[in-house]
Structure formats: structure tokens, C-alpha cells
Design a binder for this molecule. Structure first.
Ligand code: NAD
Ligand code: GLY
Length: 361
């Protein structure tokens, strides 16, 4: 069974299809391919697993496939990799209307989207996410970027895909650590706006870890429904969309501070969320019981609940590059109970430093 959601953005609206064995479904892809050639961007891990299936489906439908296969890893989410993509697109005479399919996790999706936004000022692109994190977050909403040595995702563009195709069966091959990292972004939706989903996760977390396809499909669908609603209301992050960054300001500091790829993005977000929750507790926005309930869910998910000891001043220095900084003042997503969050600049540097010290061991 396929479930379909829509990201409602007027003429740039697009569907998200969620189901199993979707790579054989030419009928879902062909409406978004308007040339006899497509580009499939992937990496050295995902391409051997799934590029063949997708390629055979497209070739049977008379579409030639140009594969671009990059090295795997967050460390390659760079302008240098982007240039390699442009070299391949130009070398193969791809046109402005050639469709680019990003097949992989968030790294490939973010880079593929940014390349598509830039190539000849914009080519159509399709997200085919193959990690839980990419299915529930990065493939939806049109944020695309590469990293800079001074900060995560600092060079990028808003550029929406034409289609998102989430094949739950592709999660079968995902390493356990990556599955757990994806859960951090799933839990995020429960925390910031969907308390019933948080309660569902408390009951069903082990089913997700056991890769029960029904549970995974439900979690992906519910997460995407939450994300689609937020993006439809605030595509360019002038308000509500910032809440999707719960834990990310601290998390990005962890990723940049330790070196890209050392901690997985979802792991850094989990620890970052616990720092944000500790700060929320110290401000009286979250009770100790709620803090412990949140912590317990991350622990059951096998995720880190304490940040690395980089030192509070180093965290603050790294966090100053955050895209939510306004007039030099840090704005952080803080929890107001479970199921509600707020972007706020009430916390002083001293209060933030204290929360970091308490939540990093
Ligand atoms: P990733 O893309 O690095 O994928 C994780 C690992 O799993 C990689 O080694 C990958 O090759 C492998 N893999 C992918 N699919 C697989 C499969 N089905 N079977 C086996 N192995 C598979 O990491 P990610 O967690 O998917 O994404 C993290 C990235 O997403 C970060 O760069 C982060 O900044 C970005 N992100 C972007 C947004 C957004 O809104 N654009 C949101 C959240 C995260
Ligand atoms: N991942 C945060 C956002 O899409 O806004």
C-alpha cells in the first residue's frame, strides 16, 4: 500500500509517496521526467544497493540514466563535491530540463538539491531518500546545502523537489546506528508539536528499532505530515519552521567542533536536544519529570543524551555562526512541556553555558 501526502506550496506543491518496493514504480517517477535522460546522484554505499533497481526501471521505460556516484560521508558534503557534480552534468550535456534524482541519505539529498538549484539556474529534481532521517526530514521542505569549515550547511538554497519517493523497504539495509540517528528527528516532531505522536513513540519505539515495516511507515508518514504542515505555513523559515531546529544549534556546534562525520547528525541532534531541554528546565519551561521522560526515550533509542565536553565557551563560539542568530544574539528553540516549543532569546550566555556544563559529560 502506498500512502501519499502533499506539501502544499501553490504551483510548487509536490507529493510524498511512502510505501514498499517503490523503485520498480516507473508510473510514480515518469510524470516528473520530461527528457529521455535523467541523472541519478548517489554515493559509493547506496549505489551498489539501489541504483541498479532504479536504473532498470527507468531504462525499461526508455529513459537513459547518467549515474553520478560520490564518495560516502558528511566530510564530502562540500563545494568540491558540488563541482564534481557540475563537471559531470556539463560533460554529459545535461539540459535545464533534465531531471536530477538524489538517491541516498541526507548528504546526497542536500547536495543533489543544491546542485539542481544552481545548474543552469535550476533543474527539476526528485528526492529518493534511503535513510530514516532523510525520509522524515531532509528530503521534505527544500532546504539544500553544503558545509563550510566554519559551519554546517552554511552555503545553500531553498529549492523544492518535484517529488519525494520514500521506499520503506530500503531501510532494511540501513545500519542500526543510522536507524537510531534517524529516530532523533522523528522524536523531534513529537516534542515540538505532536504530543500524541510522542506518546505513540513511547509505546512503539522497540517496534521501530526492530524495523517493523508497519511501524516505520506510520512514523515516516506522521513525521512527514508534521513537516509538510510546517513547511506549507512557513517555507522560508520566518517563524514556525525554526522550531524544526530543536537541538540543532547545539548539535551543529557538536558536529563542527568534533569534525564533520565524527558524530552522526541525528546523534548530535539528540544530545543537542537534551542540552536545550536542560536549559528549558532551568528556565522553568519544562519540569524535571518531563525532562526525564524525554531523556528516557532517547536512551531507549540508543542515542546520546549528553554532549561531548568541548567546553561551554567553545560551544558558544561555534553557535554564533547559527543561521538563527539575529543582531548578534543567539535565538534557541526551547521546550515548553512536551508537544510545544518556542524560539526564544531569553536565555543569557551565562544560563546557556550553565545548561551546557550540566548536560555535557
Ligand atoms: P547520510 O546521508 O550520511 O547517510 C547515512 C549513511 O547511511 C551513509 O553512510 C549512507 O551511505 C548510508 N546509507 C544511506 N541509505 C542507506 C541504505 N538504505 N542502506 C545502507 N546504507 C545506507 O546521513 P543522513 O543521516 O541520511 O543525513 C544527514 C544529513 O542530512 C546531514 O548532512 C544533515 O545536515 C542533513 N539534514 C538536512 C535536512 C534538511 O532539511 N535539508 C534536515 C536534516 C538533516
Ligand atoms: N530540518 C529543518 C528544516 O527543514 O527546516
Amino acid at each position: 500500500m502506498i500512502q501519499t501526502l502533499e506539501v502544499a506550496l501553490g504551483e510548487r506543491s509536490y507529493p510524498i509517496h511512502i510505501g514498499c518496493d517503490l523503485f520498480s514504480r516507473a508510473d510514480l517517477l515518469l510524470p516528473y521526467i520530461n527528457r529521455r535522460k535523467v541523472v541519478v546522484l548517489s554515493n559509493t554505499t547506496v549505489a551498489p544497493l539501489y541504483l541498479g533497481m532504479l536504473r532498470s526501471t527507468l531504462e525499461k521505460a526508455g529513459i537513459a540514466v547518467l549515474p553520478i556516484v560520490l564518495p560516502d560521508g558528511e566530510a564530502y558534503k562540500t563545494l568540491a563535491s558540488l563541482n564534481k557534480i557540475f563537471d559531470a552534468l556539463l560533460g554529459a550535456h545535461c539540459e535545464r530540463n533534465t531531471t536530477l534524482i538524489a538517491l541516498g541519505g541526507g548528504v546526497i539529498g542536500d547536495m543533489g538539491g543544491f546542485a539542481a538549484a544552481c545548474y543552469q539556474r535550476g533543474m527539476p529534481f526528485i528526492q529518493v531518500p534511503t535513510t530514516l532521517l532523510a525520509m522524515v526530514d531532509s528530503s521534505v521542505g527544500g532546504k539544500t546545502a553544503v558545509n563550510h569549515p566554519l559551519g554546517k550547511n552554511m552555503i545553500g538554497a531553498f529549492y523544492q523537489p518535484k517529488l519525494v519517493l520514500a521506499d520503506i523497504a530500503s531501510l532494511d539495509t540501513l545500519p542500526d546506528r543510522e536507524l537510531r540517528a534517524g529516530l532523533a528527528e522523528v522524536i523531534k516532531y513529537g516534542l515540538i508539536r505532536d504530543p500524541e505522536f510522542f506518546a505513540w513513540l513511547e509505546i512503539n519505539l522497540e517496534n521501530l528499532l526492530a524495523r517493523d515495516r508497519g511501524a516505520l511507515a506510520y512514523a515516516v508518514h506522521r513525521s512527514c505530515a508534521n513537516k509538510a504542515a510546517v513547511v506549507a505555513a512557513d517555507e522560508r523559515e520566518t517563524g514556525e519552521r525554526a522550531l524544526l531546529n530543536l537541538g540543532h544549534t547545539f548539535g551543529h556546534a557538536i558536529e563542527t567542533g568534533l569534525g564533520y562525520g565524527e558524530w552522526l547528525h541525528g546523534e548530535a541532534v539528540a544530545a543537542g536536544t537534551m542540552i536545550a531541554c536542560e536549559l528549558s528546565r532551568s528556565l522553568g519551561w519544562l519540569t524535571q519529570d518531563q525532562l526525564l521522560r524525554i531523556k528516557a526515550l532517547f536512551v531507549r533509542g540508543g542515542l546520546p543524551v549528553a554532549g561531548p565536553k568541548l567546553g561551554a565557551q567553545r560551544y558558544l563560539e561555534l553557535m554564533r555562526h547559527d543561521k538563527k542568530v539575529q543582531d548578534g544574539r543567539l535565538r534557541l528553540v526551547l521546550q515548553k512541556g512536551i508537544g510545544s516549543a518556542e524560539l526564544s532569546d531569553v536565555a543569557s550566555d551565562a544560563q546557556i553555558a550553565c545548561a551546557i556544563d550540566n548536560a555535557c559529560t
